[in-house]
Design a protein around this ligand. Structure first.
Ligand SMILES: [Zn+2]
Length: 167
């Protein structure tokens, strides 16, 4: 059956966008939302709840064949962003457990180096440097992860196809 056993291209692409989407929260700085606010940078959009809700809504809209796998994939794509931000040594941590807790959390170890950032940095040229550093340290591994999931799911689909047609 076509499209069975793999995550479809639209879902893959959505996952890639989702792995970056939480950082769209920096737009809030333009509207006077503070870094430390619930909806500030690394706030609600970086939480597990937000990732779960968005993944469910998107799955309901896209209606993929294997919706459980697609939904899980979309959730992981977005949730992994907040988890990776917890490993950085700059700025505030991620509000992983919003709305239960607004606390900004870091992992016990923070091996990913980012330049310390302040609100003003985002509206200056340095904001671009910060974003560049996040692109390098967060988004590159995420793209790699998403790409791997895609290749593995494609490979297993092919394998299933082949073993299905064998006599
Ligand atoms: Zn982020």
């Amino acid at each position: 059956m076509l499209g069975r056993g793999r995550i479809s291209i639209p879902v893959i692409v959505t996952g890639i966008v989702f792995s970056m989407l939480p950082d769209a929260d920096i737009i809030g700085f333009q509207f006077g939302i503070e870094y430390g606010d619930s909806w500030g940078h690394r706030g609600a959009t970086h939480s597990l709840t937000f990732a779960a809700v968005i993944a469910m809504l998107t799955t309901a809209i896209l209606r993929p064949d294997r919706y459980m796998i697609a939904g899980l994939y979309l959730f992981l794509a977005m949730a992994s962003h907040g988890l990776l931000d917890m490993l950085t040594n700059g700025g505030l941590g991620a509000a992983l457990f919003w709305p239960i807790s607004d606390a900004r959390i870091f992992a016990p170890i923070t091996p990913i180096a980012v330049s310390p950032i302040g609100v003003a940095d985002f509206i200056s040229a340095r904001g671009l440097t910060v974003l560049y550093s996040e692109i390098t340290w967060i988004w590159t591994p995420l793209l790699f992860l998403v790409g791997t999931v895609y290749l593995v799911s494609r490979g297993s689909a092919k394998w299933r196809q082949q073993s299905g047609t064998e006599k």
